[in-house]
Design a protein around this ligand. Structure first.
Ligand SMILES: Nc1nc2c(ncn2[C@@H]2O[C@H](COP(=O)(O)OP(=O)(O)OP(=O)(O)O)[C@@H](O)[C@H]2O)c(=O)[nH]1
Length: 312
């Protein structure tokens, strides 16, 4: 009765069950494996595990199994460590990265009356769904993470993330020394672009300006949209003179570019304020305030220019 019951359960269970002896030969396998592996009973029972399943990682799996025989303690292998051990197609109506079934495998010692491990039972669970949904979750999380630090219009860093990065760079130079510069810039007479050509034309200018930045800067520099038509650029390992060169490069790039919207040429220039880290600054906000004050001077001086911050 009990043996019959075991047989029924083992054949109905939605997991693979494989029993091997200490010679690594297969003593038993259940219906799940017969169906999923596509192999016949005669080709499996009594045969070597590694001959029947040549895809198995022989040296490491042999060590794992020998450990169970020797120590008598169970061990596991998860799909997160290794996607699968046994190459079997999955039967899920979903598209997954792998055509094979993701698996969680348990290796359980079977002992005789003396407590000696005579066989190891391997239980193979189909983890394809979990693996698929975990993948979906990871993709969604990284999309969310990216969108939480991106400005919706210009697709460059938003103010929160940009300022966070500036404050990290600020702490880094406080601790380790070195250079750090900051450029703040603002589009000139942007209100009149909106007023004359329309808000959509204004948005187009903001998007194009951000693209110019992405193309002009090093990957270690970080541009962000600070406010409406104000942008900031963090320049790690950059002196004030070097930052002025960058500022001028961006200024001329924008001034020379022809911004068009619905076949109209838009007059676009920017004014820039530049400062660098020094020990008198208490925090990164002080750097922003200094760059902003230089930016104000650039506006006062006639716009379309870069101005260095200088202590008065
Ligand atoms: N189209 C568009 N306009 C914006 C956006 N954010 C801010 N603005 C506009 O930018 C304009 C900024 O105007 P001001 O602060 O007067 O500055 P300005 O006209 O650029 O003048 P100066 O900075 O002195 O050269 C305002 O009209 C805002 O409405 C945006 O996302 N899209």
């Amino acid at each position: 009765m009990t043996e019959q019951l075991h047989g029924i359960i083992l054949d109905q269970i939605n997991a693979g069950v494989l029993v091997i002896n200490s010679d690594m030969e297969i003593d038993y396998w259940n219906r799940f494996l017969q169906i999923h592996s596509g192999r016949g009973n005669d080709d499996v029972v009594g045969k070597s595990l590694f001959d029947v399943f040549p895809e198995l990682p022989k040296p490491s799996l042999r060590r794992k199994l020998q450990g169970v025989f020797l120590l008598g303690t169970p061990t596991f292998s998860s799909w997160e460590q290794r996607h699968h051990l046994f190459e079997m197609p999955h039967s899920r109506p979903i598209t997954t990265a792998s055509q094979h079934m993701a698996q969680n495998c348990s290796f359980l010692p079977l002992k005789d009356e003396m407590g000696t491990v005579t066989q190891v039972c391997i239980i193979i669970e189909d983890a394809t769904d979990v693996c698929f949904y975990q993948g979906e979750l990871n993709t969604t999380m990284s999309k969310l993470e990216k969108s939480s630090r991106t400005d919706g219009l210009t697709q460059i860093s938003n103010r929160r993330y940009w300022e966070e990065r500036l404050s990290i760079e600020f702490s880094r130079v406080v601790r380790h020394g070195g250079h750090l510069s900051l450029i703040m810039f603002d589009l000139d007479k942007f209100k009149s672009i909106n007023d004359v050509y329309g808000h959509q034309a204004g948005d187009h200018v903001l998007v194009e300006t951000a693209k110019q930045l992405t193309d002009a800067l090093r990957t270690t520099d970080l541009a962000g949209r600070y406010g409406g038509e104000e942008f900031g650029i963090v320049l790690p390992d950059t002196s004030l003179d070097q930052a002025m060169v960058v500022a001028e490069r961006i200024r001329t790039r924008i001034a020379d570019k022809e911004f068009t919207f619905e076949e109209q040429v838009l007059p676009v220039t920017i004014s820039l304020g530049v400062t660098q880290f020094d020990l008198s600054q208490k925090n990164h906000e002080k750097m922003i305030a200094q760059a902003d004050s230089a930016l104000y001077k650039a506006k006062e001086g006639g716009r379309n220019r870069s101005v260095k911050f200088e202590v008065e």
